[in-house]
Design a protein around this ligand. Structure first.
Ligand SMILES: Nc1ncnc2c1ncn2[C@@H]1O[C@H](COP(=O)(O)OP(=O)(O)OP(=O)(O)O)[C@@H](O)[C@H]1O
Length: 506
């Protein structure tokens, strides 16, 4: 049964046609994926369905009746809910409070105070109904990424969702957590919920989808059925027939011990999120970093970059200790950070692409107190060209860019500082498969020129694709460094789980 029908939906922003006459049907109990390059229009379509944006033209039908979705609450009343890339949770509210964020709290008889007991009982029933076992008594910020995603899904189900939109839900999940999510999605599907699934990870799209629609430049180019799905065919439709370039695996040369770029010795942070980080980064090397959620990978990069207080250990750059690291000091030393959370840590969303990119290098584009606009424009142009950033111009505000294009701005900004160490935390999160390859090729080239790259990813296959050596983190400690010669995912995962179990047993 068709639950939702979009007819000739278009959306125009200024001179830009983000969506061009989209016709799409979403069926009950089916997983329908949307794929397309960064900026193809996927999020815009979802925002129209969920009442964030109004379409410029076109019609929407729910279960056969024409509907007008003017605001998020209209979508919610129709049973349409979305789990966005950026979490919609209040970090200091616990699971239970977040679960009831969109609904009125049940009140005690006579309206004297909140009926917490009733809330807890309802939440337990809901958890049991959907087979989701997540802790509801801890604040959201203490939950793992998968627990946060499941909490948001549970909240949607609490409001009787008929159509659930999942936008890049596995972006920061480990393989095991993604598996948990897939089995849950399957359960929702079997109960008749329609899922609209957006992801750049084509393997998972092919595995779980009943249908896949491809968007290219705001147009729907094709809808493929389950039996015709293949990575090659999807990429063919996404790229107008252009073949995907592949990155050759490198890592044949042994690192030269004389060319140590960065040394991290027995590093511990005040908050104990990092307990003992020990590793070395060589010139010409891509050091992959893997660990289960909460293993301390991001926190280690933050500590090195001066964003997290250190209470023990040392960091050496080309043999010299860096005392009291700070972002400014690291930039001066040629160390750039591409953080995981682009909204909070890397971009000023209300500023333009140009202002964001040139912020760290403003002194080098300033002559006698005046900004050299020509120099600034040339540099920004170069990065926009390199990453094929889709925008109306370099003066467009970053908030108006698609998620993947924002990530490209973060990369361009880091590159303008001409670093010789790249500390990348999930750098290909939310970027399309073509850009992912471009980023891999770029980092590989930089490493061949003698730079060092630290590459954190929760995608273990990506780690194996790109790394010379793989550093494994568990429970805040570096537990192993492996040469990437015929290394397998199982070898890495074995270490992760074994050390986690040992940590639990202690
Ligand atoms: N509020 C806005 N103002 C102006 N342009 C916008 C706005 N929102 C989106 N756009 C533009 O619409 C186009 C489609 O963006 P959208 O976010 O839908 O892409 P997407 O397919 O979701 O990409 P990604 O995979 O990178 O998330 C982009 O060119 C984007 O810059």
């Amino acid at each position: 049964m068709v639950l939702l029908q979009m007819k000739q939906i278009s959306k125009v922003f200024g001179d830009m046609k983000a969506l061009n006459s989209i016709n799409l049907s979403i069926e009950q109990g089916k997983i329908h994926s949307l794929v397309g390059e960064n900026g193809a229009g996927k999020s815009t379509l979802i925002k129209i369905l969920t009442g964030v944006y109004q379409s410029t033209s076109g019609e929407l039908f729910c279960e056969g009746s024409k509907v007008d979705i003017k605001a998020p609450k209209d979508a919610q009343q129709l049973g349409i809910h979305a789990i966005h890339q950026d979490r919609q949770l209040i970090p200091y509210f616990n699971g239970l409070e977040n679960l009831y964020l969109n609904d009125p709290y049940p009140l005690k008889r006579g309206l004297f105070g909140i009926n917490w007991r009733k809330m807890k009982a309802e939440a337990e029933l809901l958890k049991r109904k959907w087979g989701i076992d997540i802790p509801l008594d801890i604040p959201a910020f203490k939950m793992t990424p998968s627990e946060q995603t499941l909490l948001e899904i549970l909240r949607a189900m609490n409001s009787d969702s008929k159509i659930l939109v999942l936008d890049e839900p596995t972006a920061s999940l480990s393989d095991k957590e993604s598996e948990l999510l897939f089995s849950f999605i399957e359960r929702l599907k079997n109960q008749g919920v329609a899922i609209i699934y957006i992801s750049h990870r084509l393997e998972e799209v092919i595995r779980i989808s009943d249908k896949v629609s491809v968007l290219t430049g705001g147009k729907l180019t094709t809808t493929l059925n389950k039996d015709e799905l293949s990575k090659e065919l999807i990429i063919h439709h996404m790229t107008d027939g252009e073949a995907l370039r592949t990155v050759e695996k490198k890592h044949e040369k042994e690192p030269n011990n004389k060319d140590i770029l960065l040394q991290v010795n027995d590093l511990r942070t005040k908050d104990q999120r990092v307990k003992k980080a020990d590793f070395t980064l060589h010139s010409g090397e891509i050091l992959g970093v893997y660990g289960l959620a909460g293993a301390g990978r991001t926190e280690t990069l933050e500590a090195i970059y001066g964003l997290r207080s250190i209470d023990h250990g040392e960091i050496r750059y080309k043999g010299k200790p860096i005392l009291k690291p700070s972002p400014g000091k690291m930039l001066q030393n040629g160390i750039a950070m591409i953080p995981e959370n682009r909204h909070e840590e890397a971009l000023i969303m209300s500023n333009t692409i140009k202002d964001n990119m040139t912020l760290p290098i403003i002194s080098s584009v300033t002559d006698k107190g005046k900004i050299n606009k020509k120099k600034e424009d040339t540099l920004v142009d170069g990065e926009m060209e390199r990453f094929k950033i889709k925008a109306t111009s370099m003066k467009q505000r970053v908030a108006e860019l698609s998620g993947g294009n924002q990530q490209k701005v973060v990369f361009g900004k880091a590159l303008l500082t001409e670093p010789n160490i790249y500390m990348c935390d999930e750098p290909t999160q939310a970027v399309d498969i073509m850009t992912r390859t471009e980023i891999h090729m770029f980092l590989k080239k930089q490493s061949e020129l003698g730079d060092g790259v630290i590459f954190v990813s929760s995608d273990i296959n990506e780690i194996l694709e790109i790394s010379d050596r793989v550093l494994v983190f568990s429970e805040g400690k570096t537990v192993s460094v492996l040469e990437n010669h015929n290394l397998t995912t199982n070898e890495i995962l074995d270490i992760c789980y074994k050390t986690k179990m040992e940590g639990v047993a202690k």
